[in-house]
Design a protein. Structure first.
Length: 170
């Protein structure tokens, strides 16, 4: 999205290379607030307080939440505990469950003693999950635009009502 001439995503890695920025969607459309997530708790609260909305974004936020947890502790026990915290935020969120499971699978392939590699793999995996979701949402938007144009031409109405469900776009 473009805000005051600048392109934004709803979630992105900060310049420091480890913390994560989000657009607080609770504040929209009246305010544009960027929040920095620095801890597992920050990521969990962003999900539970609906600062991030939509299935893909919730999943990506959870994936980065695992990354943030790893900065504190990289053991299997700690990772499993972090996963439980995130899963409790929105128990029915399928993308959240999927992203957390993927992250655990990627990370647990790395020996517990290799802290730096676990962190590297986690951030790389979260980034890939994010990019795949961006591509999927872009495809949904392009396909949806074709449908909207077709409906507009067929109905000759000035208003087209659209109901979105979770994957409304990035």
């Amino acid at each position: 999205m473009i805000v005051k001439g600048k392109h934004y995503r709803t979630i992105w890695l900060s310049k420091d290379g480890w913390s994560v920025n989000i657009i607080n969607q609770v504040a929209l459309p009246h305010k544009f607030i960027i929040e920095k997530l620095k801890t597992l708790k920050d990521a969990a609260e962003a999900i539970s307080q609906m600062k991030v909305r939509g299935a893909p974004l919730i999943g990506v936020t959870a994936a980065y939440g695992i990354c943030l947890a790893l900065r504190k502790e990289t053991s299997d026990t700690s990772i499993s505990s972090a996963a439980e915290v995130l899963l409790r935020t929105r128990p029915t969120a399928v993308n959240l469950q999927w992203a957390v499971a993927k992250m655990l699978a990627f990370i647990k392939k790395i020996p517990e003693s290799n802290h730096e590699e676990r962190i590297r793999v986690a951030y790389s995996s979260a980034s890939k999950i994010c990019e795949k979701d961006v591509i999927a949402c872009r495809k949904i938007g392009k396909y949806g635009l074709k449908l909207i144009r077709s409906i507009y031409r067929t109905n000759n109405k000035d208003t087209i009502n659209i109901l979105t469900h979770c994957n409304a776009g990035w």
